[in-house]
Design a binder for this molecule. Structure first.
Ligand SMILES: Cc1ncc(COP(=O)(O)O)c(C=O)c1O
Length: 422
């Protein structure tokens, strides 16, 4: 297809988002033989992908880490599912809901390379992680290991177990710029004692975007009989991996982040042989002890959200997991490489490409992160989020596949401008 034809097709008023999806699919097919790392630098290609989104013109959105807006294709499919479920009402719930749930779990499991019998769809990472933490039969004096850089409410859940059952918490600090995987593994290993039962590790630390060497940490923990729970809130749909290859016992994620599903979709993976010993959070005695569905009873759920997860996966697969990962990493490196050596600018994310992907954190010396976020928004119309704690002082920068390098050029200029006056 000629460039002009494509643009006319996707921008044509009244064209359905499904037709736009089909055009994009053709475009991607034309680039099938191009290496993802090469395609990552092709602005023309990504501009066409951008057209699949309806973007707010008010600011440059570099805060996708909270919730990634969904492409029009997925949004329209989701709306159609709301209509359909409403049309069928109880008929759908009684006759199709449970079979559809298996189909959805199978499709989601295929994204992360595991069996659907090890996966359910809670509403988010919080529900998934809390299900695991509260599912242990904690005895006073039992120990759990976690990091100060982990997500606050997950740490709070451990705190609750400490108050209620006498769990002992061992918190470690993850270095901002580790020299090797072994340095990180050793920090976690040093926190383990004979009483340690569970270790929680972030796959990607949300405030800096640092990716941790989960497999090495899990192998070390297992050699000491410690279970491993991974907080992968930011990982599914962001970069490609198979959960079983990480060797963790439990994995949790929010699909409304990088898989770009509608709000309220998460993933909980529990390794088959770990299911039976986990107590369920909500009462449900209808399943066998080793059936993961016992962990996912939340009453009558918004099934249309789960149904639209399949459409989000179609969009993700259409773009291609390797292509998305390469573009995300390219975008992060594109801006961070331009400011890493600037006086007064501090990048709080490792330079090694295997230790990060699309998210990074940047601060300005002598400038409060909240002031930086405010100046970026008010002076430069760039939306980010301030992070100020546990050794990280800066703004988290999370572009998405619709972000252009032109937008990032504006961001780099803004940072340099603010660093001059700080
Ligand atoms: C690392 C991490 N864990 C857990 C969560 C909680 O996610 P949710 O609110 O979707 O449950 C977040 C949210 O940003 C996060 O960044």
């Amino acid at each position: 297809m000629q460039k002009r034809d494509f643009i006319r097709t996707v921008t044509g008023l009244g064209l359905s988002s499904t037709a736009v999806f089909t055009s994009m699919k053709k475009l991607v097919t034309q680039h099938e033989s191009t290496l993802p790392t090469e395609l990552a630098t092709d602005e023309d290609f990504w501009l066409k992908i951008r057209r699949g989104y309806k973007l707010k013109p008010d600011y440059i959105n570099l805060e996708n880490g909270y919730y990634c807006i969904i492409p029009q294709y997925t949004l329209d499919k989701f709306k159609a599912k709301v209509n359909e479920v409403n049309f069928h009402g109880s008929w759908y719930m009684r006759n199709h809901r449970f079979d559809d749930n298996i189909t959805i779990r199978k499709k989601l499991a295929s994204v992360v390379g595991c069996s659907h019998e090890e996966v359910v769809l809670p509403r988010n990472t919080t529900e998934s992680i809390d299900t695991v933490i509260a599912g242990y039969d904690w005895k006073s004096g039992d120990e759990a290991v976690m990091a100060n850089q982990d997500y606050g409410s997950m740490l709070d859940m451990f705190e609750l177990q400490a108050k209620r059952y006498g769990l002992v918490q061992k918190r470690i600090d993850v270095p901002l710029h580790p020299k090797s995987d072994e340095e990180i593994v050793e920090i976690y290993a040093n926190a383990i004692t004979a009483k340690t039962r569970l270790m929680m590790v972030s796959h990607m630390i949300n405030i800096t975007g640092q990716i941790l060497p989960i497999k090495k940490i899990a192998d070390m923990a297992h050699s000491k009989n410690v279970d491993v729970l991974v907080d992968g809130a930011h990982c599914i749909g962001h970069f490609k991996f198979d959960i079983p290859a990480l060797a963790a016992d439990y994995y949790a994620s929010s699909l409304h982040k990088w898989l770009s599903t509608p709000l309220g979709a998460g993933l909980l993976y529990v390794k088959k042989d770990k299911i039976k010993n986990l107590w369920q959070f909500f009462g449900d005695m209808g399943y066998a002890d080793d059936d993961i569905r016992k962990l996912n009873h939340t009453g009558t759920p918004p099934v249309h959200t789960d149904l639209a997860v399949m459409d989000a996966i179609d969009f993700y697969n259409m773009v291609g997991p390797e292509r998305k990962e390469a573009r995300m990493r390219y975008l992060q490196n594109y801006w961070s490489a331009k400011v890493r050596n600037e006086p007064n600018i501090i990048v709080n994310t490792p330079v090694d490409p295997s230790r990060s992907c699309g998210i990074a954190n940047v601060g300005i010396r002598n400038m409060k992160p909240a002031d930086l976020a405010k100046a970026l928004l008010e002076k430069h119309k760039i939306f980010t989020v301030a992070i100020d704690g546990v050794g990280v002082h800066g703004c988290r920068i999370s572009p998405n596949i619709y972000t252009t390098t032109q937008e990032l050029d504006k961001f780099v200029l803004a940072l340099k401008d603010l660093a001059k006056v700080s």
